[in-house]
Design a protein around this ligand. Structure first.
Ligand SMILES: C[S@@+](CC[C@H](N)C(=O)[O-])C[C@H]1O[C@@H](n2cnc3c(N)ncnc32)[C@H](O)[C@@H]1O
Length: 282
């Protein structure tokens, strides 16, 4: 079963309803990247879904997207005509080339069910990063942050389609379980369906450890995009690499702990658009 059977077009409608700002998020990612790499040229977005971040990245970079869900990829292809797409599993990823920037956003990494598979997934992502390049991964909740009490509703109200998604959270050991129930109504009638998503609750040190085991330098931005932080990895440059790192830039503390905001670099969103912890969702 594909991990995301949710109709890809509904997916976009629901995250618009949640006011998820992909353009702003892509900007934050690129600001992290440019702290290490002045002029990135190529970007690979793994688990790209319907291509919302790629649409923005592709304005300035030569982009490739990968996802396991063929339906999401079909939407992404329509949205981003200049982007190459590959239907592939991130864990077994082998595109035979490297990129200046590799991203894996919106907690997609948490579909890895164990720490061993997290490490193999991060190894696969790191294999695609040019020497001197950057890997940016957006995590999911940590075990300490997760709260079963997640009862949410999202509504899509379009002229030709009305849809509701309710969600309920629970957990089984270190796996968070999200049960989504959908009701979609069009002129042709109504349909209801259910989806269960299981996302592993990794600790920040497990993510940092996976980056280090893959040979990357690591920094953690505790705020990130959607309240879950960002893990930023850098592949050391070598004589073979074409990339030139940025020198003399402020950097976050290596492997800084989640929740320690004492050395923030001012990448957080302004007060007009700030996202509190309460807005975290999937
Ligand atoms: C929460 S969505 C995020 C999509 C997109 N990055 C975004 O920000 O909207 C998770 C995505 O991860 C993809 N995914 C899950 N497991 C995957 C895997 N093993 N390999 C590739 N894609 C995967 C799903 O198909 C889905 O599109």
């Amino acid at each position: 079963m594909s991990p995301s059977r949710l109709s890809a077009e509904l997916y976009d409608g629901f995250y618009d309803a949640l006011d998820k700002d992909y353009r702003w998020e892509a900007g934050v990612v690129l600001r992290h990247v440019r702290r290490h790499l002045r002029r990135p040229r190529t970007l690979l977005d793994v688990a790209c879904g319907t291509g919302r971040h790629l649409e923005v990245f592709a304005e300035t970079l030569d982009c490739t997207g990968v996802d396991l869900d063929a339906e999401a990829l079909a939407v992404a292809r329509r949205r981003c005509p200049g982007v190459r797409f590959e239907h592939a599993d991130l864990e077994a990823l082998d595109l035979g080339r490297r990129f200046d920037v590799v991203t894996c956003l919106f907690s997609s990494i948490a579909y890895m069910p164990t720490v061993a598979r997290l490490r193999s997934a991060v190894r696969a992502l790191a294999r695609h990063v040019e020497p001197g390049g950057v890997l940016v991964v957006e995590p999911w909740y940590t075990p300490d942050d997760w709260d079963d009490d997640q009862l949410n509703v999202l509504v899509v109200d379009e002229p030709d389609r009305k849809a509701v998604r309710t969600s309920r959270g629970s957990h089984r050991g270190l796996t968070s379980v999200l049960d989504f129930d959908f009701l979609v109504t069009t002129a042709a009638g109504s349909r209801r369906f259910h989806e269960r998503h299981e996302l592993r609750l990794f600790r920040t040190d497990q993510l940092v450890g996976a980056f280090e085991a893959a040979g990357l330098g690591v920094e953690v931005d505790p705020e990130g995009l959607f309240g879950h932080g960002l893990v930023v990895g850098t592949a050391s440059s070598s004589r073979n690499g074409h990339l030139r790192p940025v020198r003399g830039q402020e950097t976050l503390a290596p492997g800084r702990k989640h929740g320690d905001r004492s050395t923030r670099t001012g990448l957080q969103r302004g007060t007009d658009g700030g996202r509190g912890r309460g807005s975290r969702s999937v």
